[in-house]
Design a binder for this molecule. Structure first.
Ligand code: ZN
Length: 297
């Protein structure tokens, strides 16, 4: 493991212990004031277990916030389109897959939808014909790293290799320029953002996940998750390959049943499914047009 990985794991443990202590002291204080809570926490083991559980939940919420919102001003990361438009975009991660991608392409063609496929470099190399078909059907192709690795724990050399190699493989196979990057599991860091900037590529995350990678999910649940919530500006995350731990394969039959209903459901709500390019043109950073920029005489 690299030095950086060790430092980050150590940092994470520190945050875990610190949050745990904070939650522990909060619970101790609360149980002093509330006799029901005090009775419930009479057992020290239960009290400790509860603290650990609350800490894990707290950190999961924090992680979720980082993926969906970020912790500072991040105009270089696209998370959504314009909320005042009726545009939404469909994205498919982790492919291409010889089993599912062609069937997804058939549905998209029948419904006349242009989508974006964030491909894993090694899968493009393994199934070049499928990747080529995606491009020939007019869909956009994005870079989802070469090995589907977590960005923040990679050494800088490996991080660069993961991005550059994938750009090259996609370009070589599909003859398409790669404009978009998406980090696996939505985990990015400053080095990734800097590299994207240098390469002139946009980092694109998502607003709604179909959670279609879950092996236990049903088509109905996927449709419901997406269509009920969707409004203008949504970037919708789906998968044509991969599962919870595996980066390839998985069972995506539920998505095949759900996809036509998702498309019809979005359209029935008055939303227009557009390519990412169109959606992002409408997305605006912070409006600074009212500022007097001519400050230096
Ligand atoms: Zn992925």
């Amino acid at each position: 493991m690299s030095y950086l990985t060790n430092i980050r794991i150590f940092g994470f443990l520190l945050i875990f212990v610190f949050s745990g202590l904070l939650i522990y002291s909060l619970l101790v204080n609360l149980s002093k004031r509330n006799k029901f809570l005090a009775a419930a926490f009479n057992n020290r083991h239960i009290f400790r277990l509860f603290t650990v559980l609350l800490t894990i939940i707290f950190l999961l919420i924090l992680g979720n916030f980082y993926v969906y919102n970020g912790f500072d001003y991040q105009p270089d990361i696209f998370r959504k389109g314009s909320r005042s438009s009726n545009y939404v975009a469909l994205t498919f991660d982790d492919g291409p897959s010889p089993e599912y991608t062609p069937l997804i392409l058939d549905i998209l063609k029948e419904k006349n939808v242009e989508a974006t496929f964030f491909m894993v470099g090694k899968h493009v190399e393994k199934y070049p014909e499928v990747a080529k078909q995606v491009a020939e059907d007019g869909h956009e192709i994005g870079n989802h790293t070469y090995d589907h690795l977590n960005i923040p724990t990679l050494k800088f050399n490996d991080l660069t290799k993961q991005i550059l190699l994938t750009n090259r493989v996609i370009h070589h196979v599909t003859d398409k320029k790669v404009s978009y990057l998406r980090p696996p599991r939505g985990m990015y860091d400053a080095r990734y953002r800097r590299l994207a900037h240098l390469l002139g590529q946009e980092i694109v995350l998502w607003t709604i996940s179909g959670q279609d990678w879950r092996s236990s999910t049903s088509a109905r649940a996927i449709v419901k998750r997406i269509v009920t919530k969707a409004k203008g500006g949504e970037i919708i995350l789906l998968h044509d390959s991969g599962a919870l731990i595996k980066d390839e394969g998985g069972n995506h039959r539920a998505l095949l049943i759900a996809l036509p209903e998702i498309i019809d459901g979005l359209r029935a709500k008055g939303l227009e499914i557009v390519p990412l390019k169109t959606l992002l043109e409408e997305a605006q950073g912070e409006d600074i047009s009212h500022l007097e920029l001519n400050l230096i005489e």
